[in-house]
Unconditional design. Structure first.
Length: 326
């Protein structure tokens, strides 16, 4: 049986909305992540999909403890890390890393690539001396498809794809086991996207990395991920093995989302019917009563406006939150 590397249970992250001039008081809460649970197996990829603002990146930042959770539990190899303090959390920092969406804003413009890549190694004592760190950095440059002389340059001297490779080199420099990929290819050309994704797949095969992959590109999600969770307004509405979810989506939101995926065959593209949702995504401050998707759902029933559906298991590796699914 495949080992579980990361287990997230009933994770919540609320942001207070305050008003007032001298004395500020909390008048509402933005429930960015509300009762999210999932597991990531060793050497596998779990993808989070959903519209902008649904809480995908907040899940990622909370799992890494870049922001503290409001409630819930985060287990890394069976160790509960959601309540650990800085010194206790430090060993786990080395084992969990993130590649951000925009490499230009995540790389220090005043540091050379050599300094950017070697700094984590020296901090976490992966390398004992600067010379040892630079030797490892040279190997990393070759691994990500760059040259060793690039270590002496600054981030602004590279293209977008090259900067993303530098961010990847920095993330893997301390030999982590778990990587969060927060839309790592969204700002890149299609040809460069393919190179970066193949790089991730090679690393997963070589080092048995586990990934939490966040993306809007559904074709990319199906290609790289083993399991997928579809989020809507801070909750996962459907979760399961990627092929199962893409072949037969159960939740109406999943069906609408996947119907918008382009198909390269023009005849199939013309023949299929797209599901056009009415209205927009409700505000996360004042979410609808009952199921959050009910104002836009073409199949809603009376119970959908009164009660939020239970997120329950409907088959061996399939969970869904919908009153329509029995």
């Amino acid at each position: 049986m495949t080992e579980i590397l990361l287990s997230v249970k009933n994770l919540k992250k609320y942001f207070p909305v305050k008003q007032g001039f001298l004395i500020k008081r909390v008048v509402a809460e933005i429930k960015a992540v509300d009762d999210v649970s999932f597991e990531i197996k060793k050497g596998k990829t779990f993808a989070l999909v959903g519209e902008s603002g649904c809480g995908k990146t907040t899940v990622a930042r909370t799992v890494l403890r870049l922001t503290d959770p409001t409630a819930g539990e985060i287990f890394f190899e069976g160790k509960e890390i959601s309540k650990l303090r800085y010194k206790e959390l430090l060993p786990f920092r080395r084992r969990m890393q993130i590649v951000f969406q925009d490499p230009m804003s995540s790389l220090n413009p005043r540091m050379t690539v050599g300094q950017i890549v070697t700094e984590p190694m020296l901090f976490h004592k992966v390398a004992k001396t600067k010379n040892e760190a630079y030797e490892k950095a040279k190997k990393l440059m070759e691994m990500v498809g760059l040259k060793t002389f690039h270590l002496d340059r600054y981030p602004h001297q590279f293209s977008g794809g090259q900067r993303q490779r530098i961010a990847i080199a920095r993330a893997i420099s301390i030999e982590p086991e778990f990587l969060i990929l927060d839309e790592p290819t969204s700002s890149l050309d299609v040809s460069v996207q393919a190179q970066i994704i193949n790089l991730f797949l090679d690393f997963q095969q070589q080092f048995r990395f586990s990934y939490l992959f966040i993306s809007h590109n559904l074709g990319l999600v199906r290609f790289i991920s083993h399991d997928v969770g579809i989020m809507y307004l801070g909750k996962i509405v459907e979760m399961g093995e990627t092929d199962d979810v893409f072949e037969e989506p159960l939740h109406p939101y999943s069906k609408a989302l996947l119907s918008a995926t382009p198909i390269p065959d023009p005849e199939v593209e013309r023949a299929r019917q797209r599901i056009i949702l009415r209205g927009g995504v409700p505000s996360p401050i004042s979410r609808p009563n009952g199921c959050f998707f009910n104002p836009r759902c073409p199949f809603k029933m009376e119970i959908c406006e009164k009660e939020y559906p239970e997120f329950r298991k409907v088959s061996q590796n399939r969970w869904v939150a919908c009153h329509l699914v029995k």
